[in-house]
Design a protein around this ligand. Structure first.
Ligand code: HEC
Ligand code: HEC
Ligand code: HEC
Ligand code: HEC
Ligand code: HEC
Length: 214
């Protein structure tokens, strides 16, 4: 009687089992790992802008306050990006010949806003409000890192649900105490040296789903 299966079937079976052995956990592991990668979170990738606006010059060197340009942050939901008029308030006088400011002048004279690209964006189904946070004494750097040191505004935090929840209840000072942030914000060490940014009280009543998903 001939063999029921050919000789190679044994090898084929092993290879198939091997592939399945990797593929089945892979179906779960790959997406779990992927969602946490900087690729998916769009974190630490520079977003190209129509004008090379540099926060370091404006905030550090020229001492302009964040709220001068992002004037919604302590009043309404959106911090907002300044209008061309705000730029031209200075740049019709200073550096008014700079080629780097050509798109700003074009926008001013044509009335077309500068098409800034968004760096931070939470999905539509998430409700976020700047004013509530800023009025409760949470500094911009808590959530955005040290923008004053960034040549290009970029994402310093993963704006995941876990991150929001961490601050609302689980461990509000987790990021404030992160050594990396301490290094980013030199000289900002009030009282407790482990928390370079102000201490935040947990807000456990803001853990219900409808706080953020309405
Ligand atoms: C002179 C005006 C000006 C000042 C002052 C300023 N910004 Fe900005 N900011 C801008 C402009 C213009 C953009 C849009 C271009 C970009 O993303 O770089 C921007 C972008 C940003 C973004 C990214 C927005 C997004 O798309 O998600 C953050 C965060 C930010 N600024 C925070 C700050 C903080 C914090 C301060 C104070 C430390 C500050 N800015 C001061 C003009 C300003
Ligand atoms: C309060 C005054 C002020 C405002 C408002 C302001 N700037 Fe400036 N900006 C300056 C000064 C001063 C410089 C000189 C650079 C430096 O400090 O090194 C500068 C430099 C620049 C440069 C670099 C020019 C070059 O040739 O190197 C760009 C680009 C620029 N600003 C864009 C903007 C944009 C876009 C806005 C509006 C969102 C804006 N600025 C708002 C004062 C201002
Ligand atoms: C509690 C965290 C938190 C704090 C504090 C915070 N931001 Fe934001 N910021 C966010 C989130 C989340 C977004 C994305 C919002 C969205 O997609 O609607 C954002 C978006 C922005 C944007 C993009 C435009 C907009 O309005 O959505 C700017 C500019 C900005 N923040 C500036 C600031 C400045 C300036 C401060 C301090 C005065 C600040 N933020 C404080 C979390 C924060
Ligand atoms: C660094 C701490 C911190 C982070 C990060 C943070 N929050 Fe908050 N959040 C607070 C505090 C503090 C309050 C105000 C508590 C109070 O009203 O007593 C608040 C209030 C809120 C409220 C209530 C607003 C209202 O209308 O009453 C919402 C909604 C909210 N946060 C959404 C978010 C979302 C979404 C994120 C993430 C994208 C986030 N928060 C990240 C600290 C934080
Ligand atoms: C403090 C704010 C906050 C609270 C409270 C909150 N969420 Fe979220 N949720 C978020 C944010 C921000 C995102 C978007 C995350 C992202 O873009 O990665 C999100 C995303 C989600 C998603 C989409 C899947 C995902 O991971 O992107 C689901 C489903 C969800 N939330 C369900 C819930 C449920 C159920 C609760 C109550 C147990 C809840 N959320 C409470 C902020 C919150």
């Amino acid at each position: 009687m001939p063999a029921l299966f050919p000789v190679w079937s044994d090898t084929a079976l092993r290879i198939t089992l091997g592939v399945l052995g990797l593929a089945i956990p892979g179906v779960f592991v790959v997406p779990i790992v992927y969602v946490r990668t900087p690729y998916n979170l769009n974190r630490h990738f520079d977003v190209m802008q129509p004008v090379q606006f540099d926060h370091r010059h404006h905030v550090k060197d020229d001492g302009i306050k964040c709220l001068y340009c992002h004037d919604g942050a302590d009043r309404v939901a959106y911090a907002g990006v300044p209008s061309t008029q705000v730029c031209m308030g200075c740049h019709s006088q200073v550096w008014n010949q700079s080629p780097m400011l050509e798109p700003v002048r074009r926008s001013y004279f044509s009335g077309q806003p500068i098409p800034w690209n968004r760096v931070h964006l939470v999905p539509d189904f998430v409700f976020f409000n700047h004013a509530v946070h800023v009025k409760n004494g949470i500094e911009c750097a808590h959530c955005h890192g040290d923008v004053t040191a960034m040549p290009i505004a970029r994402k310093e935090r993963m704006f995941t649900m876990g991150w929001c929840l961490d601050c609302h209840s689980r461990q509000p000072d987790r990021y404030a105490a992160a050594p990396r942030l301490a290094a980013l914000v030199p000289g900002k060490l009030p009282g407790d040296a482990k928390t370079p940014l102000g201490h935040v009280e947990p807000v456990p009543h803001l853990m219900t789903c409808t706080t953020c998903h309405r």
